[in-house]
Design a protein around this ligand. Structure first.
Ligand code: BTN
Length: 223
């Protein structure tokens, strides 16, 4: 198995930052190693996919992981799927609720968005130099603030459970789940992650089916 620096051993805690992904990328430029996690109580310019904002007041979980995966470039998109599975399992372990994955990596609880993943990377030639995996989870967020965040209706763990959730507990489960699933992937390839991801897909008809099939083709030998 490839060696891997477990995440969670080095966590940089920030009161406030523009974006944990931006901060992580600056760290990498200064030589930061794999495994470091950047965590912020709030973000002033949190970023989502497709240039959207990720409104990030206190109450949510905002983190970025620095990874230097040994995979070929064509498997880069699998890191996003892996992260969706990681957070899905973490939330289920903590709350008993099983999320669904809406293509490619939104996590929905009963059709409402509870988590988003933003994966950014640098590729040099045929090699992945780094991947920054950014995760935002709606934990105890104010629901009015969340409604401006997204193109889908949002929910939070607090709204679903009816009580406030310790953000550190969510963080702990994500770290455990990440290390477990990432090590499994390094040992056995992507098939287990792909299976878990497909088993928990949110059914959104033809578009989803097409994307799903193209993922099968892209990762043909793995699926
Ligand atoms: C999306 O659903 O569009 C992805 C949202 C990703 C948000 C997280 S919060 C931590 C990290 N830092 C950012 O600026 N974005 C990601």
């Amino acid at each position: 198995m490839q060696s891997y620096q477990e995440i969670g051993n080095k966590i940089i805690w920030l009161e406030e930052v523009d974006s944990t992904n931006n901060y992580a990328k600056k760290l990498i430029e200064n030589g930061e190693e794999e495994g470091t996690m950047v965590l912020a109580r709030k973000q002033t310019r949190g970023r989502g996919r497709e240039d959207r904002n990720w409104i990030s007041p206190e109450g949510g979980l905002y983190l970025s992981l620095i990874l230097k995966p040994p995979f070929p470039v064509k498997e880069l998109s699998m890191m996003t799927l892996l992260t969706a599975v990681v957070v899905l399992e973490a939330i289920e372990k903590l709350t008993g609720f099983r999320c669904q994955v809406k293509w490619p990596n939104d996590l929905l609880l009963e059709g409402r968005k509870v988590c988003g993943v933003l994966t950014e990377s640098k590729v040099v030639g045929e090699a992945i130099e780094y991947v920054v995996v950014g995760v935002g989870v709606n934990v105890n967020n104010n629901m009015e603030e969340l409604s401006t965040n997204l193109q889908y209706p949002a929910t939070s763990l607090q709204e679903k459970l009816g009580y406030e959730v310790e953000i550190s507990m969510v963080l702990r489960e994500i770290i455990l789940s990440f290390n477990k699933n990432y090590k499994l992937t390094l040992r056995e390839g992507w098939s287990v992650i792909l299976k878990k991801w497909k088993e928990n897909l949110y059914p959104v008809g033809e578009i989803h089916r097409q994307n799903y099939l193209s993922m099968g083709n892209q990762e043909g030998e793995l699926a």
